[in-house]
Ligand binder design. Structure first.
Ligand SMILES: [Zn+2]
Length: 422
C-alpha cells in the first residue's frame, strides 16, 4: 500500500494506492447478529481536520505510521510505503509483531518518546463507557471525539447531537475536549472502523502536538475479555490488543484502559454517581437526552439502568422493548451480544412478563451467580500504563472491590468458550 499525504491549514488528506498482493476485502464476523460479512476497501482517500496550524511535521513519523496501520491494517499487504522515513526501531517492532514492513527507514531518526509533561488521551464518544473512563482517569486527560463527517446524500441512522452536547458539557466542566472531523470510516464498505485502533487515529496524530503519553478508551470487560460474545479469552490475545498493545508501547503511548476490567454493570454505576450522569448517553441514534429506544443498545442500557436504580420494570415497558426490530434480531441468536449483561439484568428481574422470563432462562439469569460483575478484574491491571496505574486503581476502588479467586473462577466458567460453542 502506498500512502501519500497533503495538508492545508490542518486539513490532512490521505491517499491510498494498493499494490499487487494487497487484500482488497476480507470477511468479518458480526458479533451482534452472528453472521459473517464481506468488508471491502471501497474508497482510496479520506480526510482528517486537525488544528489549523498542524502540519505533517507536527507528528513523529512513527506515530503517523501507527495511525496509518490503524486505518488500513486489514487491507495492507506485506509493505506499506510512506512519503517519509520512520525510525529503525519502529520499523523493526512492526515487522516483528505483524510481519509487515513500513518503509522507508530514516536511519537518523530516533524512536518516539513522549515529553515529561505529557498527559493521557482518551477516545471519547459521549457514551456510558467512555464517560466512566473520564471519571477514572486523571483530571488532566484530553478527550478526543471522533467527529464523523457524513458525505452529502448518505442515508444514516447516526445522530451526533447527544455526543456534541456531551462534549460541550465536558468542556464546561473544564476538560480539554477536541472534536476531530473525519470521514475515514467511509474508506470501507460497510461503513465502519477497520481496526480496534481506528477511533484513536486523531489521538495518534495529535500526540506530539498536544503531548500524549498514554491512550485510553471505554472498552469494557464484556468485549475486552470476550465474555459477552465469544467466551473468556486473555485480552492480550484478542484483536483489541493484537498488534496494538505492543505497538502503542513502541511509540511511548501505551494503552491505559481504565474500564477494561469492568463490566457495563459497573460503568453504568460509575456514571450514575458522577457529575456526568446528566449528559452521558449510550445511543448514537437518538437526540439530546432522548435515546432512540429503537436499538439493542437502548434495550440493554435502559434495562440495566432500571436494575441499577432499583426502578420497577413494568409489563407495558417490556412489551414495547420486545417489539423493537433490532432487539428481535439479536434475541433470535443463540448467544446474545453482551449476553452477560442480559444475564445480570434478568437475574434481578422478579416480575412475570413471559418474554422476559424466557430471556431470563435463556441467559441463565435464573441460576448464575452474577455478583462478580459488580467488581474489578485484577488481571486488567496490565492495561494500565505504570505511570497512571496507581491513580486509576485508586479511583476504581472508590466504586468497586477487586474480584477474588472465586469470582474469577465463576466468571471464566459461566462465560467460557466451551459454553459459547455449545
Ligand atoms: Zn438507541
Amino acid at each position: 500500500m502506498i500512502i501519500k499525504t497533503a495538508c492545508h491549514k490542518g486539513r490532512l488528506v490521505l491517499k491510498f494506492t494498493p499494490e499487487q498482493g494487497d487484500p482488497v476485502s476480507h470477511h468479518k464476523f458480526s458479533n451482534s447478529y452472528k453472521k459473517s460479512k464481506k468488508v471491502s476497501m471501497t474508497s482510496m482517500q479520506c480526510e482528517i481536520h486537525l488544528p489549523s496550524d498542524w502540519t505533517i511535521t507536527s507528528v513523529h513519523p512513527d506515530l503517523f505510521a501507527l495511525a496509518m496501520l490503524a486505518t488500513i491494517y486489514p487491507f495492507a499487504g506485506k509493505t506499506i510505503r510512506l512519503p517519509f522515513g520512520i525510525s529503525q526501531y519502529f520499523h523493526d517492532q512492526v515487522f516483528k509483531i505483524t510481519k509487515k514492513k513500513i518503509l522507508p527507514i530514516d536511519k537518523k531518526l530516533s524512536r518516539r518518546k513522549a515529553t515529561t509533561n505529557a498527559v493521557p488521551a482518551l477516545t471519547f464518544s459521549g457514551g456510558i463507557d467512555s464517560t466512566a473512563a473520564v471519571a477514572l482517569l486523571p483530571d488532566k486527560t484530553h478527550l478526543l471525539y471522533f467527529d464523523r463527517i457524513v458525505p452529502k446524500g448518505t442515508k444514516t441512522l447516526l445522530n451526533q447531537e447527544a455526543a456534541y452536547y456531551a462534549c460541550k458539557q465536558m468542556k464546561k466542566l473544564g476538560k480539554a475536549v477536541h472534536n476531530i472531523k473525519t470521514d475515514l470510516q467511509y474508506l470501507r464498505k460497510p461503513v465502519g472502523f477497520s481496526t480496534f485502533l481506528t477511533d484513536a487515529v486523531p489521538a495518534l496524530l495529535l500526540a506530539d502536538y498536544h503531548g500524549y503519553d498514554a491512550l485510553a478508551n471505554g472498552q469494557t470487560l464484556d468485549l475486552g475479555y470476550r465474555i459477552g460474545h465469544l467466551g473468556y479469552e486473555d485480552c492480550r490475545e484478542t484483536e483489541l490488543a493484537k498488534p496494538w498493545h505492543p505497538l502503542l508501547q513502541a511509540v511511548d503511548m501505551p494503552y491505559t484502559l481504565p474500564t477494561i476490567g469492568l463490566s457495563e454493570v459497573v460503568t453504568t454505576n460509575i456514571v450514575r454517581q458522577s457529575p456526568y450522569a446528566e449528559f452521558a448517553q449510550a445511543c448514537s441514534r437518538g437526540k439530546i437526552k432522548k435515546p432512540c429506544m429503537n436499538c439493542y443498545k437502548c434495550f440493554r442500557k435502559s434495562l440495566l439502568e432500571k436494575v441499577m436504580t432499583n426502578s420497577p420494570i413494568n409489563d407495558k415497558y417490556l412489551d414495547e422493548l420486545f417489539q423493537i426490530k433490532d432487539v428481535k434480531r439479536v434475541l433470535a441468536t443463540k448467544h446474545l451480544h453482551y449476553g452477560n449483561v442480559i444475564t445480570y439484568i434478568t437475574s434481578h428481574y422478579h416480575g412475570k412478563h413471559p418474554e422476559m422470563l424466557a430471556l431470563k432462562k435463556k441467559t441463565r439469569g435464573d441460576r448464575l451467580d452474577v455478583s462478580w460483575m459488580n467488581k474489578w478484574y485484577p488481571d486488567a491491571e496490565e492495561f494500565l500504563a505504570p505511570k497512571y496505574r496507581d491513580e486509576v486503581k485508586k479511583r476504581i476502588f472508590k466504586y468497586v472491590k477487586p474480584m477474588n479467586q472465586k469470582d474469577i473462577q465463576t466468571m471464566k466458567k459461566s462465560f467460557s468458550k466451551e459454553y459459547f460453542q455449545k
